[in-house]
Design a protein around this ligand. Structure first.
Ligand code: COA
Length: 329
């Protein structure tokens, strides 16, 4: 009997229908389609505008699709983790709301932060419960409604982010496929360069924090850019080295979709041709915790059983890492 791994046995994504194009943004801030395309690779993003809907609803849509596709009953889910920085409320955790909305009556759930690395951290966390034999069906969701924390007068951030959700099912697998290894890192000094300042215990919401526009995401884009390339490249390198993988052994790299120039730079540093890199940033922008599962969802048909897939991300915290997933179907 081989060792138990946590295999991804299904993936499903959900994005809102409403699009915010570069041309729409030209009407909101001093920018233009050419600048956004050439500096970020983004053409449009999805924005959740359904009245009364929030992050939990995007998660619920993704999870319902996942359960139907994998023939899983809601009552069979043991654990549901939601990676997000835009939960419906400060508390309770959005995962609890999602369990309620999809009818996962026998599950417990919790949220996990880690910003753009959220899905990577949540996937490795969920995998531990499966690998240890504690749970048989774990759902990991990455979702963010970034439009709820974006300042549409700030051209440094509003051109980048969008809304979306993706979910995977993790189940035990003994044929060597599944989550094999991961390298996860953090550096809290990075909080100065990428954050949403107010609304937490340090700066609770007040008239002043609202007037100072501190309830919006803020970043020093240039410095985040440099660290993102360094972080993702370093984590992938370490992961490949310690698993004795050459570039030829890796079928796909699934990078966080923050900026097309970050993606190509990481690919170049690692020596991967762009044909091995999943890219959908042009359609969705940066959906924070949503980017990795949305990429898995869109490229699922091109993956083959046994493919070595490296997921890598970098985000607020700073947080970053890389995870080796052997595709199971
Ligand atoms: N439209 C037009 N011009 C813009 C602009 C926009 N949307 N945003 C910035 N500019 C201007 C700047 O004001 C600057 O003008 P100046 O030279 O007259 O001062 C010029 O374009 C270059 O700005 P710079 O900040 O150097 O651009 P950049 O090439 O670094 O691109 C980001 C900006 C934000 C797209 C890029 O830094 C980035 O993607 N960073 C990483 C962000 C990220 O990944 N965040 C999420 C965490 S994972």
């Amino acid at each position: 009997m081989g060792k138990t791994h946590a295999a991804v046995t299904g993936v499903f994504g959900w994005v809102p229908e409403d699009k915010l194009t570069n041309f729409d943004l030209e009407k909101l801030v001093d920018t233009n389609d050419e600048w956004i395309r050439s500096r970020t690779g983004i053409e449009e993003r999805r924005i959740l505008r359904t009245p009364g809907w929030a992050t939990s609803d995007m998660c619920a849509e993704a999870v319902k699709g996942l359960l139907e596709k994998t023939g899983t009953k809601p009552g069979e889910i043991d654990l549901l983790i939601v990676a997000t920085v835009t939960g419906d409320m400060v508390f309770p955790d959005t995962a609890n709301t999602v369990c309620d909305k999809v009818g996962a009556k026998n599950a417990f759930g919790f949220d996990l932060g880690a910003a753009c690395s959220g899905f990577l951290f949540a996937l490795s966390t969920g995998a531990q419960f499966v690998q240890a034999g504690t749970y048989k069906k774990v759902v990991v969701v990455g979702a963010d409604m970034m439009s709820s924390i974006i300042d549409y007068t700030d051209r440094n951030t509003c051109v980048i982010f969008g809304d979306g959700a993706g979910a995977v099912l993790l189940e035990p697998c003994k044929d060597g496929n599944g989550v094999v290894d991961f390298v996860l890192r953090g550096d809290g000094a990075g909080r100065e360069l990428l954050h949403m300042k107010a609304g937490g215990s340090l700066h609770p919401a007040s008239n002043e924090t609202v007037a100072r526009r501190e309830h919006y995401a803020w970043q020093d884009g240039k410095r985040v850019f440099v660290q993102a390339v360094k972080g993702m490249t370093g984590a992938c390198d370490e992961l490949m080295r310690r698993n004795h993988l050459t570039k030829e052994d890796v079928a796909w790299v699934v990078p966080h979709q923050a900026n097309m120039r970050i993606i190509t730079s990481v690919a170049e540093h690692l020596g991967f041709p762009m044909e091995k890199i999943t890219v959908n940033i042009q359609k969705y922008g940066n959906t924070t915790a949503g980017t990795l599962p949305l990429c898995l969802w869109e490229y699922e048909n091109q993956f083959k059983k046994g493919d070595n897939i490296i997921l890598t991300a970098f985000g607020g915290g700073f947080t970053w890492g890389a995870l080796l997933l052997k595709w199971a179907y």
